[in-house]
Design a protein around this ligand. Structure first.
Ligand code: IPE
Ligand code: IPE
Ligand code: MG
Length: 606
């Protein structure tokens, strides 16, 4: 209770009877041990009690529908929902869960149709039904789940946040909801069977040579395993909806991604349990789910605070009903401001003319020599980093001018934590202060961050996330800033992710090829580095993009980074354009600066 006090304060709920009602809801969903409680914690505190009430209602009506002998269940169920209708009219209830729900409905002025649809679908299920086909199953699952989602969406709309679900993404949204339903069904297989319910579509049973009786009998382990594997694979496919997540407001995207990651974890457990699902529910591993939820909570906190603010809770009883979202409201506002063109170099220098096919697509830079530049001038090293920020800005303009597609700048490595605290602060100031903003925001630059969140101060993290979001629609230069980046960590994490997938049976180790490996990297869409350039006279790559730069042309220049400007970038690019790239072939048979051969297939040796 003490922990939820700030939540109630944010939601403007202070009456003890109401707090008692909401606490009952919170305890009910917490006790159920599903994903609702942790998911609600990713939402803004002002909305949490309302979500507890909505989720708890789902749990309670499910329980009512499962209690006692089948003939009595419908009567119990009707008694609960009728009482709710009366309570809603009265504006209060003796039952704590209904009291919280009534309060939520009235406070946020929520429409009742979503709840009614969910009630109707749950009631129709009491007698136990079978779904002959996937289609029939989906209609049922959508009726229950989408109604609850719709209730959540109505709550967000009441708080001023409309879900920008465009028509072309509706199918993706449905599939995603279906994926979560399949996972629920698989986890609840034993419990449902005990209640005489078979949730698997009959057509799926038939495909595996099974009948409903085989499931209840608990025999036929091999075909049951195969069927579970099939259902899990289907759910995994439906769960992956990157386009849909891109459409969501950033904070909700964080929530949806976390739910998806937890969904994958649940699927791993389901697959590991196999035919054991007929006898009991698999448990979600605490540590692994925390590993997903803790960073998600941090990101969600940042995103709700800065990117997706919602209005404070206030009673909407006396205000006009909010307008339902129109199609125009669902579409993102047109962008009015056009990115400004790059600022020319003070010397008047223009980029060299270089045929596009000879331009590197991706240049990565180890911006080295700041410290020595400062020491040579009797200045503290941090002054070198400050001066280096100006070079960085100029080089970004130079990249825009020459038409480069990808520029990656190494700003802070995982090894740089070995430096003194004041220097680390100075390095992070590159991100913390306005250097990145000014270089990026006004121009056609899409900003991305590569690196690990661990250890980074929260304000730096917030700035990186904010910049990524603000520039996500830009189509010109993709500027990736490596902050707290380490190549070996990146590879290790990709390997760990592959190993997990293999253990869970999602990937056959025989099929692991370069393409599959690359898909497990943190930035899977970052193209190979064509040119890796290091300034400051040292000749090493210092753990920068080992995967992407495996075949990069290397260019080393002596100039210390603070003395570098865009003309040095152009020189590096011109030198690159004159080189022949063979990628292991005989020089004559390969065009200069041509792309490498693709290694898509899982051929032996890859
Ligand atoms: C590179 O300059 C800046 C970063 C590490 C971000 P250094 O600080 O390494 O400068 P030198 O190599 O000591 O001169
Ligand atoms: C590489 O420079 C890291 C960055 C530029 C961010 P360092 O100066 O830290 O590299 P080493 O230590 O000389 O290899
Ligand atoms: Mg250095």
């Amino acid at each position: 209770m003490r922990r939820s006090r700030s939540v109630y304060r944010a939601a403007a709920i202070d009456e003890p009877r109401l707090v008692e009602g909401y606490e009952a809801c919170r305890r009910a969903i917490r006790r159920a041990g599903g994903t609702e409680y942790p998911t609600a914690r990713l939402m803004p505190p002002a909305l949490r009690p309302a979500l507890w009430a909505i989720y708890a209602t789902g749990r309670v009506i499910d329980d009512v529908a499962d209690t006692g002998d089948p003939s009595g269940r419908e009567a119990l169920f009707d008694a609960w929902t009728t009482a709710f209708d009366e309570d809603l009219r009265r504006g209060d209830s003796e039952d704590p869960v209904r009291r919280a729900l009534v309060h939520t409905m009235l406070t946020w002025d929520l429409p009742t149709d979503g709840l009614s649809a969910a009630f109707a679908a749950t009631r129709a299920d009491i007698a136990g039904r079978t779904h002959p086909t996937w289609k029939a199953w989906s209609t049922y699952s959508q009726a229950v789940n989408t109604s609850f989602f719709a209730q959540g969406a109505a709550l967000l709309a009441a708080a001023g946040l409309y879900l920008p679900l465009r028509l072309r993404y509706l199918d993706a949204a449905r599939q995603w909801v279906d994926a979560l339903s399949v996972i629920d069904n698989l986890e609840d297989l034993a419990e449902d069977l005990a209640q005489g319910r078979v949730t698997v579509p009959v057509e799926v049973l038939t495909d595996h040579g099974l009948t409903a009786a085989d499931l209840t009998g608990g025999t036929h382990d091999a075909p049951v395993e195969a069927m579970i594997g099939h259902l899990a694979a289907q759910a995994r496919l439906w769960l992956a909806q990157p386009d849909l997540f891109r459409e969501l407001p950033p904070a909700l995207a964080v929530v949806a991604r976390a739910v998806t990651d937890i969904g994958r974890l649940r699927l791993e457990r389901v697959e590991r349990a196999g035919a054991q699902l007929l006898h009991g529910k698999p448990r979600l591993p605490r540590l692994a789910s925390r590993r997903i939820l803790l960073p998600a909570r941090l990101k969600a906190h940042v995103a709700w605070r800065f990117l997706t603010p919602i209005g404070p809770a206030r009673s909407r009883r006396d205000t006009a009903t909010p307008h339902p979202p129109t199609l125009a409201a669902l579409l993102p506002a047109p962008r009015t401001e056009l990115p400004t063109p790059p600022r020319p170099h003070p010397s008047g220098a223009r980029p060299p003319s270089c045929p596009t096919r000879r331009l590197p697509r991706h240049v990565a830079v180890v911006m080295d020599g700041n410290g020595r530049w400062a020491t040579d001038r009797g200045l503290p090293r941090t002054e070198g980093h400050r001066a280096g920020g100006e070079s960085m800005r100029d080089v970004v303009h130079g990249a825009l001018e020459i038409g480069l597609r990808y520029l990656t700048l190494y700003a802070f490595s995982t090894e740089n934590w070995r430096r003194r605290p004041e220097e680390i602060d100075g390095l992070l100031a590159l991100v913390r202060e306005d250097m990145v903003d000014a270089a990026v925001l006004d121009h056609d630059v899409r900003f991305r961050w590569a690196g690990s969140a661990e250890g980074l101060p929260q304000d730096v993290l917030e700035r990186l996330v904010r910049l990524e979001h603000a520039t996500r629609d830009r189509t010109g230069l993709t500027l990736t800033l490596c902050v707290n980046y380490g190549g070996r960590i990146e590879l290790t994490q990709a390997a760990a992710s592959l190993a997990r997938a293999a253990v869970a049976g999602r990937i056959d180790p025989a099929h692991i090829c370069e393409r599959v490996f690359a898909a497990h990297l943190a930035l899977p869409d970052l193209p190979d580095v064509d040119l890796l350039w290091r300034t400051g006279g040292e000749q090493r790559t210092s753990n920068l993009l080992p995967w992407h730069a495996a075949y990069a042309e290397l260019h080393f220049s002596d100039t210390r980074w603070p003395d570098v400007d865009r003309r040095d970038l152009w020189r590096a690019i011109t030198a690159y354009a004159d080189r022949g790239r063979n990628f292991g072939a005989v020089p004559d048979s390969a065009a200069p600066a041509a792309g490498p051969p693709a290694h898509d297939a899982g051929a032996p040796g890859h």
